[in-house]
Design a protein around this ligand. Sequence first.
Ligand SMILES: Cc1cc2nc3c(=O)[nH]c(=O)nc-3n(C[C@H](O)[C@H](O)[C@H](O)COP(=O)(O)O)c2cc1C
Length: 340
Amino acid sequence: MRTRLTEMLGIEHPVVQGGMQWVGLAELASAVSNGGGLGILTALTQPTPEDLEKEIRRCREMTDKPFGVNLTILPTIKPVPYEEYARVIIESDIKIVETAGRNPEPFLPPYKAAGITVIHKCTSIRHSLKAERIGVDMVSVDGFECAGHPGEDDITNFILLPLAARRLTIPFIASGGFGDGAGLAAALALGADGINMGTRFMATKEAPIHEKVKQAMVEASELDTALIYRTLRNTARVFRNGIAEQVLEIEAQPGETKFEDIRELVQGVRGREVYSQGDLDHGIWSAGMVVGLIDDIPTCGELIGRIVEDAEKIIEERLAGVTSARESAPKWRQAANESA
Ligand SMILES: Cc1cc2nc3c(=O)[nH]c(=O)nc-3n(C[C@H](O)[C@H](O)[C@H](O)COP(=O)(O)O)c2cc1C
């Protein structure tokens, strides 16, 4: 498959692995890139900019294919030296950056000067258009289905993606709810240049998280996510576990929810321990609705290969069959075809 995404990034398949806090380590990013997609390291998973530099080096030892770095700017409990992380990205000669969270404008001049392709993750058309206007190279459009932060508009990809196709000039990647070949074919049909996946890549052999978490994802249904922090207008889609239920209960109490009320429950370090220890109820961990479509734990290479192969089959066989089935078309359709 060739799209503007594969051409611009120099990758074989139009499949990207989005930044994932605590999960986007070199093991995963390199496996995705070796599988022909674009792997992305998550900058803030590294405690310091120096650690990010080491992680980039480690990833280079594991793949000679292109990979990117995600730098997410979101409200955090502790202040983060974002400029220092950006400096490391540039000095390490990274050529693809995924930005997310706040407006990436202040970071664009140094990224551009370094020849970096910037993919900005947005959850709305107005933010996608703004990103295009300020000069990002591509956007990843994250629909309401996605894991992490879907924004506050609750618009699904069936509306967001055709709108992006109508209004954007730059290439865009469909993100949120993708996990199989039908999803990729649909994303291309809706005008996207490829797909970005988070949740699906967690349930792969190389994802550096506990087997129990992967197994929980295989067993989960599409109903097993929850939207927390709605009351704080910083909505996050997470796996619906005991902690998420407790947060929802606190948020449902009368009066304004203060972050202080839930701080203890949602500490990042507790989420991180879910991934390392496999205790599913220890903290908050992100997952998207696509968990309902996950039923195995393949390698990243197998997963990407299967997604692309299935999408091609759908396009070349099922969809081509639909438009070429003149003989078998009902009489009214044949008449319409002949008069056309
Ligand atoms: C465990 C996990 C952690 C994530 N952390 C981040 C993050 O730090 N920064 C970011 O921009 N997106 C983050 N995301 C969102 C993904 O990059 C991607 O946009 C999203 O997962 C797409 O939706 P999907 O999960 O339905 O594929 C995270 C997703 C998951 C599953």
